[in-house]
Ligand binder design. Structure first.
Ligand SMILES: *[C@@H]1O[C@H](CO)[C@@H](O)[C@H](O)[C@H]1NC(C)=O
Ligand SMILES: *[C@@H]1O[C@H](CO)[C@@H](O)[C@H](O)[C@H]1NC(C)=O
Ligand SMILES: *[C@@H]1O[C@H](CO)[C@@H](O)[C@H](O)[C@H]1NC(C)=O
Ligand SMILES: *[C@@H]1O[C@H](CO)[C@@H](O)[C@H](O)[C@H]1NC(C)=O
Ligand SMILES: *[C@@H]1O[C@H](CO)[C@@H](O)[C@H](O)[C@H]1NC(C)=O
Length: 332
């Protein structure tokens, strides 16, 4: 076809300048309608905008999500903010009165150090809130969300600087039922009444590798959980109060948990996956006559549970469902 004519040169130059195979970060920066995203400034996405149900904001150059940032976006169902290292702060009432909003994701914003109290306010349809891999030092305030969705899922994960779950942390978030997926954070401690006022379907605390202390009254004021996962934590003990609702207990790689509360406290347990065979000791004695159906399920569990090694007497149970380090097992 010969040499490019001069008229073709500008097009070729443009193709060379826009590398489609390996887009650079800057070329991914995206400020969709109706937003404005001034570098080092505040995000504004004023509504209404008919038909806008999903807003995906990535590689934002902005520093702040201010109060009423999404005001008037009354059809929006999902807002996702991710891969934005410039973001430092989410102000009070940033997500306010968005009556159809069902999902909020804030992820991979490592310089996000502050979400002000009341940042999430009056979001009655909210069903999923995920805040992961940020620089937050405190659990974000979720107590003004007032969602009435069934099985609301709150995911707080990989926030290495959050050290505490304080009392009443989830009060007011949702009035029906919730799943808390709180994993991979910097938690060291869970305080008394942490789950007060919630109906907990499932509480996932796995991979909080520094989590050592769960206050004895952590479950006070809560209904549930049915499922509790404390795998890969440093918890040394479970709270003495509020274990009755637990149907499934998962505690793999829980090497600091040397002892479980007596099985009388687990009146509804159906299944347990544990670290040490010795954990089964708590469950070993055979149920007495007056114990009822839940205890017969419990006995069933115990039968699957027993220590693979030590059989101090003929009544002990035979098979192990206890995973983990047999060399570290303790005598019962
Ligand atoms: C939760 O709140 C909604 C809306 O106010 C209400 O209709 C519903 O009955 C409440 N549910 C419970 C369990 O209180
Ligand atoms: C637990 O929550 C209730 C409201 O649901 C509140 O009245 C009470 O003060 C809370 N208890 C503690 C110890 O914070
Ligand atoms: C079974 O055990 C539960 C929990 O201890 C108790 O509330 C319930 O009354 C018992 N049911 C029977 C039939 O004994
Ligand atoms: C006891 O365990 C067996 C085998 O896992 C299961 O099929 C059965 O339903 C259990 N019984 C009760 C009462 O949970
Ligand atoms: C328990 O003892 C009885 C009678 O002494 C015996 O028949 C049975 O095989 C023993 N069971 C086990 C698991 O050792």
């Amino acid at each position: 076809m010969g040499q490019p004519t001069p008229a073709r040169w500008p097009l070729l130059a443009l193709l060379v300048l826009l590398p489609p195979a390996q887009p650079r970060v800057l070329s991914r920066a995206h400020c969709p309608e109706p937003c404005s995203c001034p570098p080092d400034g505040a995000l504004r996405c004023p509504g209404p905008l008919a038909g806008l149900t999903r807003l995906s904001l990535t590689y934002l150059p902005i520093k702040v999500i201010p109060s009423q940032a999404f005001r008037g976006l009354n059809e929006v169902v999902k807002i996702e903010i991710s891969q934005s290292d410039s973001l430092e702060k989410v102000e009070a009432n940033a997500f306010d009165n968005l009556l159809h909003l069902s999902e909020i994701l804030i992820q991979n914003t490592k310089n996000l150090a502050s979400i002000e109290p009341g940042a999430f306010t009056n979001l009655p349809r909210l069903k999923y809130l995920s805040i992961c891999n940020t620089g937050l030092q405190q659990l974000p305030d979720v107590t003004k969300i007032f969602s009435s969705e069934f099985n609301f899922i709150l995911e707080i994960c990989d926030n290495l600087h959050i050290t505490t779950i304080p009392g009443n942390a989830f009060q007011g978030m949702n009035n029906e039922s919730i799943t808390l997926k709180l994993y991979g954070n910097g938690f060291e401690e869970i305080q008394s009444h942490a789950f007060n006022g919630t109906t907990l379907i499932s509480l996932e605390l796995k991979e909080n590798e520094h989590l050592k202390k769960m206050h004895n009254g952590a479950f006070r004021g809560a209904t549930g959980p049915s499922i509790l996962d404390i795998s890969s934590t440093k918890l040394q003990a479970l709270p003495g109060y509020g274990l009755e609702p637990i149907q499934t207990l998962i505690a793999t790689a829980s090497y600091s948990l040397k002892k479980l509360p007596s099985r009388e406290k687990f009146t509804n347990l159906l299944d347990a996956i544990l670290t040490y065979p010795s954990h089964c000791c708590a469950f070993r004695n055979s149920p007495t006559k007056e114990q009822n159906f839940s205890f017969s399920i419990f006995e069933n569990f115990s039968k699957q549970c027993e220590s693979t090694a030590r059989k101090p007497n003929n009544e002990t149970l035979s098979k192990s469902r206890a995973y983990g380090h047999q060399q570290r097992r303790k005598d019962c």
